[in-house]
Design a protein around this ligand. Structure first.
Ligand SMILES: Nc1nc2c(c(=O)[nH]1)N[C@H]1C(S)=C(S)[C@@H](COP(=O)(O)O)O[C@H]1N2
Ligand SMILES: [Mo]
Length: 513
């Protein structure tokens, strides 16, 4: 390849476009190949996954606080923006010195290749998408550069420009089409989704008590006492949802046990199942936040499986691991006491949705999700807190995470304007596995008034509450606090979500007219 003697700004623009076009075709082809051979080896997913695991915890905490369950879209957008910048730069550098830009793009492909290979559960073709990306980017860039710097005097200038435009847009179009086909293919090969759809879960041997009629206050704007699967918050580090065929799934219980136990899907389903409503909460839930939900879970007590393995009395923790490498450290007593920590297979009457841990996850009443609720769980290692640590503990969060006593105002919403006269204040309160005994509300710092509590489903679930209020015009501050069944009053002391959960009173300002 020849190197241009002079560079004009038009040259620079064309080179940047060539870099971009080469990158688009590389990404498109690689994502298409990934969709066919191994969806979770998608370069976007594996690089994003590495970024999630390597990111400093403040960045992750900020992402969850800022974007909530949209954190993954934010990350993918961020990667795309950086990629566009690098692609343009690679094009410009390549035009200055042949080989430099293609080396950069080739290195990106190599990065995707390595990231795919070191991911837990990497399949036999995990390296292929990265390789395709690297090779396609280098070849495309080198070819496109020829149209940026054509052999002089061969053609008229406008013809050269046409040729350049044709090749760059054509190449990029191939990439976009490949990307679309890949995405469609990923959707079409929903084999796991169809396996899930055809599954029939066994009936529980121990059914959950019916939801009490008075558990639901039926107030517009108040969260329902049972959260539908489609509305259930989702928090995890998985950019691509693990797709596990139940036929390939097994759980291995090992570590400080008398005998290792391996249980398959069929063996698990043959065991007597239990059903229970349990409210799951995220440690990243801010005061007043919505990273919390309540579902009816179907599963088998973890306690029974641990008993089968025979737990060493010196052990004090179970490190659960998911197929994608996430880990959680759960105190052993929370898995063996009477709270019925479940190895869950069903959620609200359906098999677990893929993004909520299909086929099997843990659900432990009273603990935040990050120390207990491992989705796509494949291993339980019986160990000790002084011997092993879990994913979020290594990133600055507390090694233990009991749920804190909390309450929240859902109605009226913050900043809303309501009419003077009869109004209703309503919300939710929870302290799983302890239970809520009451909720108090005060307006403008006045006297605390006892709210009416709905009938709780159980101590393991949140509970609705309401209070009638004759609202006078002006602006008002509403606050609430919960009282636990063991005599604790929710603290006013504010605390951030790090390291072990937010606390303080939820405060809502409304204007009445
Ligand atoms: N495999 C895996 N399991 C996981 C996580 C994860 O990142 N990976 N996140 C945990 C956290 S922090 C929470 S709050 C709950 C959320 O469960 P949900 O997404 O079903 O609501 O899952 C837990 N289980
Ligand atoms: Mo969480």
């Amino acid at each position: 390849m020849t190197t241009a003697a002079t560079t004009t700004s038009g040259d620079r623009l064309r080179s940047a476009a060539a870099g971009l076009s080469a990158t688009v075709v590389a990404v498109g082809l690689a994502e298409l190949v990934a969709a066919v051979v191994e969806p979770s080896a998608s370069p976007f997913a594996v690089i994003g996954g590495q970024l999630i695991d390597l990111a400093p915890s403040w960045a992750k905490d900020a992402a969850i606080a800022l974007f909530g369950t949209g954190d993954k879209i934010a990350l993918i957008t961020g990667i795309a923006v950086v990629l566009v910048a690098v692609a343009a730069l690679a094009g410009i550098l390549e035009s200055r010195r042949a080989g430099v830009g293609s080396a950069i793009l080739g290195a990106l492909g190599a990065l995707a290749l390595v990231a795919a290979l070191i991911r837990p559960g990497a399949g036999p073709f995990a390296w292929l998408p990265g390789l395709v990306a690297g090779v396609a980017a280098v070849v495309a860039l080198r070819l496109l550069m020829r149209t940026v710097h054509p052999v002089p005097y061969l053609r008229a200038e406008h013809e050269e420009r046409r040729r350049f435009l044709l090749w760059t847009t054509g190449t990029a179009a191939v990439g976009v089409v490949a990307l679309l086909v890949g995405t469609a293919a990923r959707g079409a090969t929903r084999s796991i989704e169809s396996v899930r759809a055809l599954l029939r879960l066994p009936k529980p041997v121990v059914g959950a008590p019916a939801v009490p009629v008075c558990a639901e206050l039926d107030i517009q704007g108040l969260a329902g006492v049972v959260t539908p699967n489609s509305a259930f918050y989702r928090i995890d580090t998985a950019l691509i949802v693990p797709r596990i065929d139940p036929a390939d799934w097994s759980l291995r219980i090992h570590g400080m046990v008398e005998r290792e136990v391996v249980i398959t899907w069929d063996e698990l389903l043959a065991l007597p199942m239990q059903e229970a409503h349990v409210t799951l909460a995220c440690v990243s839930n801010q005061v007043g936040g919505d990273l919390i939900g309540n579902a009816l879970w179907l599963g088998y007590p973890v306690r029974e499986l641990l008993a089968r393995a025979g737990v060493d009395p010196d052990a004090d923790m179970v490190l659960s691991t998911s197929s994608d490498g996430f880990t959680a450290s759960t105190p052993i007593e929370a898995l063996t006491d009477d709270r019925d920590a479940l190895l869950a297979v069903g959620m609200n009457g359906d098999p677990l949705p893929l993004e909520h841990g299909f086929p099997v996850r843990m659900v432990v009443p009273g603990l935040y999700g990050y120390v207990s609720a491992t989705k796509w769980v494949t291993q339980l290692e019986v160990t000790r807190f002084d011997r092993a640590s879990a994913y979020w503990t290594d990133r600055g969060w507390s090694e233990r995470g009991p749920v804190k006593l909390q309450s929240r105002i859902d109605v009226p919403r913050r900043g809303t304007r309501i009419d003077a006269g009869d109004a209703v204040i309503a919300g939710m309160a929870w302290q799983q596995h302890v239970g809520v005994e009451g909720v108090e509300v005060r307006i403008d710092g006045g006297a605390w008034r006892r709210a009416e509590l709905a009938t709780p489903i159980s101590v393991d679930t949140w509970v609705q509450w309401r209070l009638d209020w004759s609202a006078e015009s002006g602006s008002h501050t509403i606050e609430c606090r919960a009282l636990s069944a063991d005599g604790e009053t929710q603290t006013s002391d504010p605390a951030d979500v790090v390291p072990d959960g937010a606390q303080g009173w939820h405060r809502v300002e409304v204007s009445v007219s």
